[in-house]
Ligand binder design. Sequence first.
Ligand code: GAF
Length: 394
Amino acid sequence: MTQRPDDRTAAVTEGFRQMVGHSPTGVWSAPGRVNLIGEHTDYNGGLCLPIALPQRTYAAVSTRGDRTLRVRSLERPHETVEIDLAEIGPDHPGGWAAYVAGVLWALERDGHAVPGLDVVVGSSVPVGAGLSSSAALECSVAAAVSDLAALGLLESTEGRARLARLCVEAENVIAGAPTGGLDQSASLLCAERSALLLDCRSGETSQVPFDLASRGLTLLVTDTRAPHALVDGQYAARRAACEEAARVLGVDTLREISVDELDAASARLPDDVVRARVRHVVTEIDRVEQTVAALGRDDLAAVGRLFDASHASLRDDYEVSCPELDVATATARAHGALGARMTGGGFGGSCIAIVPADAVDVVAGAIATAFEAHGYTPPASFAVVAGGPAARDA
Ligand code: GAF
């Protein structure tokens, strides 16, 4: 079994013993993610390029003899959520437990015989940082059920992609967050030292080697600690604008509009705001293709420029950045980063920067100093390498 950085296997096992009175059948874990590029493209049938984080969510799990889900989080040891599987539905249970219960609901709806479960979870994925702590939670539980109910879905790329789709359904229907498939696909399908090229139209995936260390570079993640929420309406509004634009243009998704067709398509759209939203999506999908090509020829300077262009597009055209993300990315660039961009849904959360390995402390320090000068909450910066997907740990 793999020993991981930030390993919480022992902690969730002990938490499980305290809640249930015996050891769990096993411990499964799933990673958070950062998206290198391809933001707000997933629900437009576009391309994304995430890596899995070393930070993971761990789930200690055993089946029960009845149809009850009992779940506790190490982060909230005094709160145990208990629900009959038949009672799981939209907003029931509410809060964080919806991401666990929703997975059981979606698997059952997909025709699988899902047993009652005792579950204790613990996580090193920062919550509320735009690093997919929700998807890590869903996917750790989905991995456990796949093994415990002998579904075999972890054994193949197709099986993992199916699990990812079910986790998206759980998030959309039970947790009520209208997200696309980026985060769950990253958590279940990414591979170590690789980025995952995810085609959200065909569902196809491929691994793109991503190893900055061999080039003397580091991927620096900065959690701005600016609050963000995907259920507050802004994310849903962006998604609705894209769907409406696709309807006006007579296409299934904006993926069908190429960069060359953008001007002609824009002329048919009702206003400047919708035109800007569409421009972001179409150019961002193109930037993913350019990034994959640049990585293929080891041109990290070009990748950096694409990161910068992506951030500008998200800030100006898609309007999902915030002052903290703009300050962090500008400061990283000013102190030697090859490029920097917000990652994830935006409205707060985290950014990433490609930084010379010997400048990591300088860049992180400069961002902290800039935040202090602006009166922002102190940020948390940390270097990451691309980790592995959801798996059984013990
Ligand atoms: C969030 C969503 F959950 C993803 O589906 C994706 O849309 C992302 O924002 C933006 O690229 O992480």
